[in-house]
Design a protein. Structure first.
Length: 310
């Protein structure tokens, strides 16, 4: 049985690895082979405990993400079990893994629904997920300019990203300016109210709202949703319980019958067709399928490193 730390996760995988593995896992979900347990939250006086799980027969593993939330700070752990004999295989500290899997799934959604020639990325937020999404979108893409909108740490984020990706221009920006210029908008904040007016979005923009998984918080407004030709989620069941961006919208802004699951599109093996100029909204909540699938890759590489003496 292997215990794997966040530092090891960073050494063992890249964002490209995460995208490749999670694309396969989503296809397994879309084909009906994988099984998922939706998130359950238990609230205490000072702390909450959340759990969600998945079974991936193709990878030979099942597991769960278990995490605490204390004063807005998360601590994650992911136990993995064998689907062949039920034995515990590994326990992975899940902070770094969560960072990779969330951004990787967003990039997969963009690859399926977005415009390949997108050049301007706007990111709301300066935390771990904001930076992970910058990495996921800048690497292996045509992105030339990244506009960063935030309350604090904006200049530090700009400097850090500029040093890492010299061929891309990073700038601090006001919200309205960023939205009007962007081909891709990512919201990675803890805001409970919309961050921008959707009327300012360019036709064809891909919008990813990834900051909240609570039914009483939202980052995008009704105008953004009403303009969307396609609304995409990881799990319809989970979205119906947790996606505040959708649940708090006016009835006329969204038709739930038209909301699609990302795994269904990936499983069908084609890039989603859309009318030119349609806005796409991807509402991410995070699903255990991604944690378990990526955890299996990390575990496999950790085992190989031990066996090789690395």
């Amino acid at each position: 049985m292997y215990i794997i730390t966040d530092d090891q996760v960073h050494r063992l995988i890249t964002m490209s690895d995460a995208i490749e593995v999670l694309r396969s896992a989503l296809a397994e979900q879309g084909s009906g082979q994988a099984r998922m347990q939706p998130r359950v939250r238990t609230l205490g006086e000072n702390v909450s405990l959340s759990t969600m799980g998945a079974i991936l027969p193709g990878a030979g593993v099942c597991g769960a993400k278990v995490y605490s939330t204390y004063k807005g700070v998360f601590d994650f752990v992911i136990p993995l079990f064998s689907t062949h004999n039920g034995r515990l295989l590994s326990i992975i500290h899940g902070g770094a893994l969560t960072e990779y899997r969330t951004a990787a799934v967003t990039r997969i959604a963009f690859d399926a629904f977005g415009c390949a020639d997108a050049k301007v990325l706007a990111v709301f937020g300066t935390g771990v997920q904001a930076r992970a999404h910058i990495r996921a979108f800048v690497e292996k893409s045509n992105i030339e300019r990244v506009l960063i909108v935030g309350i604090e740490g904006v200049q530090e984020t700009v400097a850090q990203m500029q040093a890492r990706y010299a061929g891309v221009c990073f700038e601090a920006s006001a919200a309205e300016t960023a939205v009007q210029a962007a081909d891709i908008v990512v919201t990675a904040t803890r805001s409970t109210v919309p961050l921008f007016d959707g009327a300012g979005l360019k036709p064809g923009t891909f919008v990813a709202a990834i900051g909240s998984s609570k039914p009483d918080a939202r980052e995008i407004d009704d105008t953004t949703l009403a303009r969307a030709g396609t609304i995409v989620v990881e799990s319809l069941e989970q979205a119906a319980k947790e996606a505040g961006d959708l649940l708090m919208a006016a009835p006329e802004a969204i038709d739930w019958h038209d909301v699609v699951e990302l795994g269904d599109v990936i499983a069908s093996g084609y890039v989603q067709e859309r009318r030119r100029g349609d806005i796409t909204v991807f509402k991410s909540l995070g699903i255990a399928l991604a944690d378990v699938a990526l955890g299996e890759l990390v575990m496999r590489r950790a085992m190989a490193a031990v066996e090789s003496g690395g």
